[in-house]
Design a protein around this ligand. Structure first.
Ligand SMILES: Nc1ncnc2c1ncn2[C@@H]1O[C@H](COP(=O)(O)OP(=O)(O)OP(=O)(O)O)[C@@H](O)[C@H]1O
Length: 250
């Protein structure tokens, strides 16, 4: 593997000193790679992203990022009465500097980021007039505009319809192919299988990290969510798809 941009070494975090969200965590993500983080509600995925992006200190060990990290948080798609372009320009803060106005390069970078997500035509519109899915995409554009080395996405497709889920997943792949190291949390094993090179499974008895198609087994997915699943290989449109089918009991 190429030299990792993101590296976790013995990382551990506890909010209250009694319960660990993660412990003895080791993983690495190189430029051009996507890692999917999966685990039950409340297991510590968002906490992991906060530690990886420096918003929280690890309780033990460390997570290092070689370069700048950008985070697209899970619950930030709230409506602000700003124009879309101004939301994206916020991603340029590190480049603009304190109390300075955005320059031409900042505006170009913001417009390029909007073009990547296919919303350049919405630049002058109000952020709070967009749909939830469009707002999610704009927040991804804001992170792209920061020109980070590593991008952390917290459930980027959770509020999206199937078509927009696919758009976000393809965007994640495009960004990795441009050389970013990408970490995304997801509750959808199929999203991990569609786009991730590696998977980090936050199992109750400890994390498992490895190549996505090897890490995601029926047994481990059942251990993650307490629900049996079957993994099927489907051939369609001249290619193969691996798909996780939950055996819902409802
Ligand atoms: N600011 C905080 N202070 C104290 N405890 C917190 C804080 N944020 C999260 N926690 C706790 O840490 C644990 C992990 O939360 P976290 O949000 O990281 O889980 P998650 O895996 O992202 O969950 P979900 O899949 O539901 O989004 C939970 O028990 C939560 O209550």
């Amino acid at each position: 593997m190429a030299e990792p941009l993101i590296r976790a070494e013995g990382a551990a975090h506890s909010w209250d000193g009694t319960r660990w969200q993660f412990r003895d965590l080791d993983f690495a993500v190189a430029a051009g790679q996507v890692t999917a983080v999966l685990g039950a509600n409340g297991c510590g995925k968002s906490t992991l992203l906060r530690v990886a992006t420096g918003l929280r200190a690890p309780t033990r060990g460390r997570i290092t990022v070689a370069g700048t990290a950008a985070l697209v948080p899970q619950d930030f798609a709230r409506a602000f009465p700003y124009r879309v372009i101004d939301m994206v320009l916020m991603g340029r803060a590190r480049h603009i500097g304190l109390l300075r106005m955005p320059g031409r390069r900042d505006r170009e970078a913001a417009m390029e980021a909007l073009a990547v997500i296919g919303l350049a035509g919405k630049a002058a519109e109000r952020f709070d007039a967009l749909s939830g899915g469009q707002r999610q995409m704009v927040l991804i554009a804001r992170a792209i505009a920061a020109e980070p080395a590593a991008l952390f996405l917290d459930e980027p497709a959770s509020a999206l319809d199937l078509g927009n889920q696919d758009r976000v997943l393809r965007l994640v792949r495009v960004l990795a192919d441009r050389g970013l190291a990408v970490v995304m949390t997801t509750h959808q094993p199929n999203h991990a299988l569609a786009v991730a090179d590696t998977a980090l499974l936050m199992l109750p008895e400890g994390a498992v990290f490895g190549p996505c198609h090897e890490a995601l087994t029926e047994t481990r997915i059942e251990m993650l969510y307490g629900l049996p699943v079957r993994i099927l290989d489907v051939k369609a449109a001249d290619r193969g798809f691996r798909s996780v089918v939950p055996l819902y009991r409802g």
